[in-house]
Design a protein around this ligand. Structure first.
Ligand code: SF4
Length: 489
């Protein structure tokens, strides 16, 4: 490890748009195509899988220390159900209480309005440097690009977020934004942007370098932007949970604090908070609690401003859906991603969306069903996400519901609908089903496989890429059953 740390280098990166690695090659591609890019690097795939499973195991270990864990999950689900049902009233009550505490509450119908409001707040005070702690909502709204195009420097201060920002990438995970990167890659990025030693990849050294670099940026920041983990309707206060204390520095040093909040972050009462605080860090990273759980009740002092921007951006539409409404209860712990066998082996960028993984596959099609149509199929329906979700969102059931919804909306391709129609036809006609079975078994035994497995039969072609064709059994299950269980047909 190098003996001395480099001085922080204050460089201004050009305002290039941030890219999602997996779709850097062009327009939006389906999950399977983007996952193919990720799995092509076998070593990275195994390492990513193992790293996330390690976090999942830590979550299990922590959950097992709380005898009332399942009760807590039920409580959390019940509170979220109540909050979503009474959302308009709770938000209005929150606005009244937050305003009474001295905060200014803004309402944004969509991403564009959110960005415009944030820009206006900064513009009014002539602010050109913003320090930002982790906020998936601002990622969803593409705030960084919006502000940079208007001459405002935005510095992400969460370490993982800063790494991907320096690389002009998007986060690949909502809690672990740079989990797709190896420490050597981080070392290269820091060497290029922060002046660390060439080839240095020691995590301690790199973290120290980032700390020095970010301290300088905190001192230069003229406004701080944070996300909101919980907004308490009863008190008008907001709560931000971080492990690095960067939200606290960003909110405490500059005179202006902007908090961007999805409208679903509301909880009714202060006493509800304890339930979520106990669940959040344990589910997210397997820690008993986040290192910093910071409460903000109005601006810091008379010379400071606190602006809370409450954003809809499609959430009302999800709330109106009986099937998908409970997905708004998500507290963004990321544990459904850590446990998902598809996410672990395909990487977050393969989802092509700000929120990836099982919850992203539920939420994103609500905003654009055509663009995100492949996501509910990036799922084995194993149900592991549902089992770990601290607010008991029935994720895999909702993913299945999306598939049905796509069928009803006429969005499925012929390669999906035609085989289903054929199967439906056969399943309703026992004689035709038995005859088809006989023909298929004979064909598998006697005809060359290239007749079935070819590019003209895309489903079989894809299926066969990683699997062998099974040997045709000598008899059907119906024949076997009749013989062995004594029922004649
Ligand atoms: S859906 Fe559940 S498990 Fe997934 S991020 Fe949200 S709260 Fe966590």
């Amino acid at each position: 490890m190098p003996a001395t740390l480099p001085l922080p280098v204050v460089s201004v990166e050009p305002p290039l748009p941030r890219v999602n690695n997996a779709k850097a090659s062009g327009g939006h591609r389906e999950h399977a195509a983007m996952a193919k890019d990720f799995v092509a690097n076998v070593e990275r795939t195994h390492w990513h899988d193992g790293a996330l499973w390690f976090v999942r195991s830590k979550r299990d270990a922590q959950a097992s220390t709380i005898p009332e864990w399942e009760y807590l999950r039920e409580q959390a689900a019940a509170i979220k159900t109540e909050a979503i049902a009474n959302l308009p009233d709770l938000l209005e009550q929150f606005e009244v209480n937050a305003t009474r505490l001295g905060a200014t509450v803004h309402w944004a119908i969509d991403a564009e309005e959110h960005n415009r409001i944030v820009h206006q707040i900064l513009q009014r005070r002539g602010i050109v440097r913003l320090v930002k702690s982790k906020s998936m909502l601002t990622e969803e709204c593409h705030l960084n690009d919006y502000l940079e195009q208007r001459g405002i420097e935005v510095v992400d201060t969460d370490l993982g977020e800063r790494i991907v920002q320096l690389r002009r990438e998007t986060p690949s995970h909502i809690v672990l934004p740079a989990i797709h990167l190896k420490k050597e890659e981080v070392g290269e990025t820091f060497h290029e942007h922060l002046g660390t030693e060439l080839g240095a990849s020691d995590p301690q050294y790199l973290t120290e370098a980032a700390r020095g670099h970010l301290r300088g940026r905190f001192l230069q920041g003229e406004a701080g932007l944070t996300g909101v983990n919980f907004a308490i309707s009863q008190t008008g206060g907001i709560v931000v949970c971080t492990n690095e204390g960067n939200a606290d520095l960003g909110a405490a040093l500059p005179p202006v604090h902007i908090a961007s909040m999805g409208m679903e972050k509301i909880i009714p009462r202060l006493e509800d908070l304890g339930v979520f605080i106990r669940l959040l860090a344990r589910s997210a990273t397997g820690q008993p609690i986040t290192t910093y759980t910071s409460h903000f009740h109005g601006p810091r002092d008379a010379a400071s401003e606190l602006h809370i921007v409450i954003v809809d951006n499609g959430r009302t539409a999800i709330r109106q859906s009986e099937t998908f409404r409970s997905a708004l209860g998500c507290i963004r712990c990321g544990s459904c991603m850590n446990t998902c066998p598809v996410f672990r082996r395909s990487g977050g960028h393969s989802y092509g969306a700000t929120v990836p993984g099982p919850i992203g596959s539920v939420l994103n099609p609500a905003s654009d069903d055509k663009k995100y149509q492949s996501l509910p199929y990036a799922c084995s329906l194993c149900g592991s996400c549902t089992d770990v979700c601290p607010v008991k969102i029935p994720l895999h059931h909702q993913l299945l519901s999306w598939r049905k919804e796509f069928g009803e909306r006429g969005l499925l391709s012929a390669s999906k609908t035609l085989p289903m129609k054929l199967a439906s036809h056969l399943f309703r006609r026992p004689l035709a089903f038995q005859l088809a079975g006989r023909v298929a078994r004979a064909a598998l035994r006697h005809l060359p496989h290239c007749l079935f497995i070819n590019r003209l039969n895309p489903m079989a072609w894809t299926w066969n890429r990683d699997r062998e064709i099974p040997e045709a059994p000598a008899e059907s299950f119906t024949q076997w059953y009749a013989k062995n269980r004594g029922h004649k047909r």
